[in-house]
Design a protein around this ligand. Structure first.
Ligand SMILES: Nc1nc2c(c(=O)[nH]1)N[C@H]1C(S)=C(S)[C@@H](COP(=O)(O)OP(=O)(O)OC[C@H]3O[C@@H](n4cnc5c(=O)[nH]c(N)nc54)[C@H](O)[C@@H]3O)O[C@H]1N2
Ligand SMILES: Nc1nc2c(c(=O)[nH]1)N[C@H]1C(S)=C(S)[C@@H](COP(=O)(O)OP(=O)(O)OC[C@H]3O[C@@H](n4cnc5c(=O)[nH]c(N)nc54)[C@H](O)[C@@H]3O)O[C@H]1N2
Ligand code: SF4
Ligand SMILES: [Mo]
Length: 710
């Protein structure tokens, strides 16, 4: 036996840390997973999840062969049978009820899997259904919308240049738990500390004093869902009181006057609703203007709430009008080795909005997808165009999308369902067929998406560590095989499609990647990446305006009509007196969890219960709730019982439950009692609460009532 070292990127979250795996080259057994000090980006940092990659690889519950649901339970079947029956079932439903009768849902791990990113669109095209859904609409949809209208491409998302900023304003993000999002920045803790060490400042605005808030210079509580008012009040002060200090707008920017947009939102007006005093807002506006390099960054807390679209637009506006955009230390764009915005633009994929709407509720399409909050009603509401079958790829919407009970009911009513997933879990248990891809260490890896969102330009390719066993498939092979079987149209179209699919299949993801790298701005190729398995540093982010814009006229739209209109429509509501006097529920993440699917790892799940309902001491005292007590939590759509954790991290009137839990359902094949602990907070979240502009789910700020149980 000889122990060898394998370098790769951890693909579990957005931070893209370099890892070094020691393994036995005879048996493939893994000895250790450590941070790779030679990775130029992550410099040896890893979080506890990386070591769980081996648990995922070795997990006896991870499916190795396709499963078919039969009257006598799940049966392992061959790939040939599974792929044939999956395609036939989808075709049958479409033949009977039309193309839109088959819906698809793509989950978060697709963006960590470049094979899926390259081959997934082919399968969706083969299905040809308008009912496409994904985790985007419980996540970053508002960022895409702001980028599309302001910069001309849904994927051209500005990244906070945290390595060079002096002032970081964080709204609704907790990178110390999440390791950063739409800001790929491994070892975020040290990167944040470095801001303070060079004399800079971090201010966190969050209804909870999070791990990130505790490590910042300052933390302000804000009432959930009121960030839009904070941003408008900042804009008010900047445009009404400090206008003469604002730098002139660069001449590539089109804007209508900003002062009238912010009129009426003086900090005195917004203070009552946000809970942030007028004097604080004024001081912040002044300090912001005075800072050499400042950047405002907002994530899940401001994206998945009722005004997520307006928030992400206003964050961009704030950065741009104060001159903290497209320059070191501000909000900047990447120039990744595979220039994903450019590649997708060339294929007509800059994005679009509201070309059609969902059948039942009329929610707008974005980029060819409908908001997933509408999925259950599209299945449950009879009529022409009703969804009768579903394909999920790397997604667990039962746990991850709002009103889980309704979605469970909907999935149980489907005529046919296929899940491409590792696990027999809360979602895939409803499938007729489960098609499991190979393990995470049995495939190659390149970050197409996260290099586009990284705080430095870097490139790194990882080869498979372990050989796939002969009977397993990679995700992209499953998607390709299904696409080929679903191929249809005229003879000529079928032939063309078949040729294209065959050529792409022969190239494999790595061959396509090689082409994309060579066409990219750094003119790299796979050979160079293979020679540097620790990764290649391509330097800090570079200014690129206006050339980087994707609007054909190379102009930046600061005040796109859709946002201005949405603001006008929301104005009355925003300025109305607060209506809800009860509690508001928000979410949270923990460093040892990853959405819904790493709870089977013993090393991650051990320790005390993490799925607690956090509330502050005053609220607990008022309701007679003691630490560890069982609390009934009721929303419009459901009620559940959770264990109380009393902590002054929470502001009064706000309670927090993490998402991703609730694995105790009978049909699920996940092994331990610990895994089964916890409740599913998305039973409480409401499919009817969406951001009216984007259709994104409003998972934060859900009105709930609490009662102590004896
Ligand atoms: N209340 C509340 N709800 C939330 C959130 C919140 O903050 N609060 N966060 C939201 C966010 S940001 C997101 S991204 C979504 C996530 O929503 P989803 O993506 O639907 O859920 P995940 O838990 O990530 O489930 C991933 C699934 O993919 C499988 N899987 C993992 N890796 C692979 C792979 O390589 N190939 C295949 N085929 N399958 C794989 C797993 O077994 C699991 O079933 O949840 C959202 N839901
Ligand atoms: N360990 C771990 N890491 C992860 C994940 C995971 O599940 N576990 N998931 C990954 C995924 S898919 C994503 S998208 C990212 C998300 O990355 P983040 O956005 O950094 O993650 P969250 O912890 O959800 O942070 C949201 C913060 O918003 C706050 N908040 C809630 N409501 C409001 C509000 O109305 N206003 C304001 N200002 N704040 C509010 C919450 O208290 C919370 O601190 O994390 C990724 N990384
Ligand atoms: S932060 Fe943790 S889970 Fe995320 S990439 Fe790094 S090691 Fe992996
Ligand atoms: Mo996410």
């Amino acid at each position: 036996m000889t122990m060898q070292t394998h370098k790769r990127t951890c693909s579990l979250c957005e931070a893209t840390c370099g890892i070094e795996i020691r393994y036995d080259d005879q048996t493939g057994e893994i000895g250790s997973v450590k941070g790779d000090k030679s990775d130029p980006f992550s410099r040896g940092y890893i979080c506890p999840k990386a070591t769980a990659l081996q648990d995922l690889q070795n997990d006896p519950d991870r499916l190795r062969r396709p499963l078919k649901k039969t009257a006598s339970g799940w049966q392992e079947i061959s790939w040939r049978q599974a792929l044939g029956e999956a395609a036939d079932g989808l075709k049958r439903v479409q033949a009977q009820h039309g193309r839109d009768a088959v819906a698809s849902y793509l989950g978060n791990p697709n963006v960590h899997n470049y094979g899926n990113l390259l081959f997934g669109p082919l399968l969706l095209r083969a299905l040809g259904s308008k009912n496409k859904f994904s985790a985007t609409s419980v996540d970053q949809l508002p960022h895409h919308m702001a980028s599309l209208f302001m910069f001309g491409h849904q994927l051209l998302i500005p990244v906070p240049d945290i390595d060079r900023t002096d002032f970081l304003l964080v709204l609704g993000a907790n990178p110390l738990a999440s390791n950063g999002s739409l800001m790929t920045a491994p070892d975020i803790k040290n990167r944040l500390q470095a801001i303070r060490q060079r004399g800079g400042r971090i201010l966190v605005v969050d209804p909870r004093r999070t791990e990130t808030a505790a490590a910042a210079d300052e933390h302000w509580f804000i009432r959930p869902g009121q960030d839009v008012l904070l941003l408008l009040s900042l804009l008010y002060v900047l445009t009404h009181e400090l206008a003469e200090q604002l730098p002139p707008l660069p001449d590539y920017i089109d804007s209508q006057p900003l002062a009238p947009l912010a009129a009426g939102f003086a900090p005195e007006v917004t203070a009552e609703k946000t809970g942030i005093a007028a004097a604080q807002v004024r001081a912040l506006a002044r300090q912001w203007l005075a800072a050499d390099a400042a950047v405002c960054y907002g994530r899940m807390g401001v994206s998945v709430q009722e005004y997520g679209g307006l928030c992400q637009w206003l964050i961009n506006v704030l950065n741009i009008v104060t001159g903290h955009f497209d320059r070191a230390g501000g909000a900047m764009f990447t120039t990744p080795a595979v220039d994903l915005p450019a590649v997708t633009a060339a294929q007509g994929g800059r994005g679009h909005y509201d070309r059609y709407r969902s059948r039942v509720r009329g929610l707008p399409e974005f980029g060819g997808e409908l908001p997933v909050s509408a999925l259950a009603e599209e299945i449950l509401t009879p009529g022409k165009g009703q969804v009768r079958a579903l394909l999920t790829v790397a997604g667990n919407p039962v746990i991850s999308t709002p009103n889980s009970t309704q979605l469970t009911e909907a999935l149980a009513s489907l005529d046919f369902m296929v899940a491409v997933d590792y696990y027999l879990n809360e979602t895939s248990q409803h499938a007729d067929l489960i098609l499991p891809p190979c393990g995470p260490l049995e495939k190659d890896h390149y970050d197409l998406i996260f290099n586009t969102l990284a705080v430095r330009n870097v490139a790194k390719y990882s080869q498979p560590l372990l050989q796939r066993d002969a009977g397993s498939r990679e995700d992209w092979q499953i998607l390709l095989a299904l696409s080929k079987r679903l191929n249809r149209g005229s003879v000529r179209q079928r032939l063309n499609n078949w040729l294209r699919l065959t050529v792409m299949g022969r190239m494999k993801p790595a061959g396509i990647l090689n082409k994309l790298l060579r066409a990219g701005p750094a003119r790299l190729d796979l050979k160079q990446l293979l020679a540097s398995p620790q990764g290649i540093d391509l330097g800090p982010l570079q200014p690129g305006m206006p050339g980087r814009l994707f609007h054909r006229d190379k102009r930046l739209q600061l005040t796109p009509a859709v946002f201005v209109q949405a603001l006008q429509q929301a104005r009355e509501n925003l300025l109305a007196a607060p209506r809800h006097n009860g509690f508001l529920l928000i979410g949270r993440r923990h460093i040892r969890c990853n959405n819904s699917w790493l709870h089977n790892s013993q090393r991650l799940i051990k320790g005390k219960n993490r799925c607690t309902l956090m509330l502050c001491p005053q609220d607990a005292a008022q309701l007679g709730i003691t630490a560890g007590a069982r609390v009934q939590v009721r929303s419009r759509v459901a009620e559940l019982v959770a264990e109380a954790e009393i902590t002054d991290q929470l502001m009064p009137g706000v309670v927090s439950l993490p998402h991703g839990w609730g694995h105790s359902q009978p049909g699920v094949r996940l092994n331990t009692a610990r895994t089964a602990a916890g409740v599913n907070t998305n039973e409480l979240t409401d499919d009817q609460r969406v951001d009216a502009l984007t259709g994104n789910a409003a998972l934060n700020g859900v009105p709930v009532e609490l009662a102590a149980l004896s």
